[in-house]
Design a protein around this ligand. Structure first.
Ligand code: GLY
Ligand code: MN
Ligand code: MN
Length: 434
């Protein structure tokens, strides 16, 4: 059986169980509609609904619907308009086609003719994608079950995710060269995109391309076209996508400054150690807390904070320098669903004082998570530290020096197996001999 066919069988089996749990006979999934700017005829880039692209690799296809009834071949209403303003979708092609009962439609409204008109129907999609008689109801019990299981990747999905790593790594290598050649943030981004084979519209998230102190803004959203006077640091958090599956990789590069090089090396060491600990049965929250202790040890060893790591964690000092979570599940969405809920949709709580952790589940084979520790010099958080009793333990001269570099983050995707973890990102770098 091919990897795709095995994947689809798995998706259908999950749908069978989800429908049984929620008491529905049919599952209908909209790919979504193109959305327009207010009072304008300019559409935003189209992004398909994740539950739709879980079934088949269609990512540029608005106004399509899947209709699945257990025991039957799934129906796909495939929207292919006659449009000379835009390039319409090509005729359906690929391995998936033979596994669907494909009905080509030229008008979005025609989809309804191919969908079950009665029975207990679970209809997934957004309200604005409704067709007359097909209003999305998004049953919670069904979605909770599907979301929970999306964490377990099939071999087919892992294959696509490995390819998404390689695409992004090519971009990262080109970005490093552009940084060393003295490009602007916009220029570095252009080099990244060209090497990754992407445009700004089809990367899985807005690339973070931050020079110098801009690296201290965790989701720095701009790309300046100004070349700065100095290229002290580049923090680039950029991914790629293959058939709807994302990668999300961060690298930080310096310019030879010793203190910043030591900081990068320290984060890299801890990142590799944490990635190596991804194992079935490990509570990801424990790994997050271990990350705080490790980063505290690094802050102490680098002479930035003279406190023991346990006290740094307890008093919130590590959270000043590392104010986000260790990572998150990834797949069809960069921040994949159900990182902190169980199969019934109940919240698996975050540790107290760690509001941004996006993954609280216990690791199991098939999960792919990011491992992305960082140490940052964020002026507003440092001001709080300066006003606290712990201020006396901080070497503010070192902090001031490093503030000009922004911060360090190193991020890989790691696949939890039944044995040693598979580091998808490091494998892709190694494959490209870097
Ligand atoms: N690129 C966003 C993140 O790392 O979660
Ligand atoms: Mn990232
Ligand atoms: Mn991430």
């Amino acid at each position: 059986m091919s990897a795709y066919r095995e994947h689809l069988s798995n998706v259908m089996a999950r749908a069978d169980e989800a429908l049984a749990r929620s008491g529905h006979d049919h599952l209908l999934i909209a790919s979504g509609i193109e959305k327009y700017r207010y009072l304008d005829d300019m559409p935003y880039p189209f992004k398909p609904n994740a539950p739709f692209k879980h079934w088949l690799p269609l990512t540029r296809h608005p106004h399509c619907w899947i209709a699945y009834t257990p025991g039957n071949k799934p129906v796909l209403a495939y929207y292919q308009p006659d449009d000379y303003w835009h390039v319409p979708p090509t005729a359906p092609s690929g391995e998936w086609v033979e596994h669907f009962d494909v009905r080509v439609i030229a008008d979005p409204a025609d989809a309804g003719q191919h969908l079950p008109a009665s029975g207990r129907r679970a209809i997934l999609g957004e309200a604005d994608g409704a067709l007359p008689g097909f209003e999305p109801n998004n049953p919670k019990v069904l979605l909770d079950y599907l979301h929970y299981h999306r964490a377990y990747k099939t071999p087919y999905e892992l294959g696509l995710m490995r390819r998404a790593q390689r695409k992004a790594v090519r971009g990262h290598l080109a970005a490093r060269e552009a940084f060393r050649a003295g490009a602007s943030e916009a220029g570095i981004n252009a080099a990244y995109l060209a090497a990754a084979g992407h445009t700004d519209n089809d990367v899985p998230y807005n690339n973070i391309v931050a020079l110098n102190q801009n690296g201290a803004t965790l989701h720095y959203q701009y790309k300046s076209d100004q070349v700065p006077a100095e290229h002290r640091a580049l923090l680039i958090d950029a991914g790629a996508e293959v058939d709807g599956y994302a990668s999300d990789i961060t690298r930080t590069w310096g310019n030879g400054d010793g203190a910043f090089a030591d900081l990068i090396a320290a984060v890299e060491n801890e990142q590799l150690a944490l990635a190596g600990k991804v194992r079935a049965g490990l509570d990801y929250r424990e790994l997050h807390l271990e990350c705080h202790l490790r980063l505290g040890t690094a802050l102490q060893a680098l002479g930035i904070v003279a406190m023991d790591p346990g006290s740094m964690l307890e008093t919130g000092v590590t959270s000043i320098f590392f104010p986000h979570g260790l990572g998150h599940p990834i797949g069809l969405q960069v921040h994949d669903v159900a990182g902190f809920s169980d199969v019934d949709g109940n919240l698996i709580p975050r540790p107290n004082g760690h509001p941004y952790l996006r993954m609280t589940r216990t690791l199991e084979p098939g999960m792919v998570v990011t491992i992305e520790p960082g140490l940052y010099f964020i002026p507003s958080l440092l001001a709080k530290l300066k006003a606290s009793p712990q201020a006396k333990s901080v070497d503010w001269r070192k902090v001031e020096h490093l503030t000009a570099f922004g911060g360090v983050r190193i991020e890989d995707e790691v696949h939890c197996t039944s044995g040693a973890p598979e580091n998808l990102t490091r494998d892709a770098f190694a494959e490209l001999n870097q």
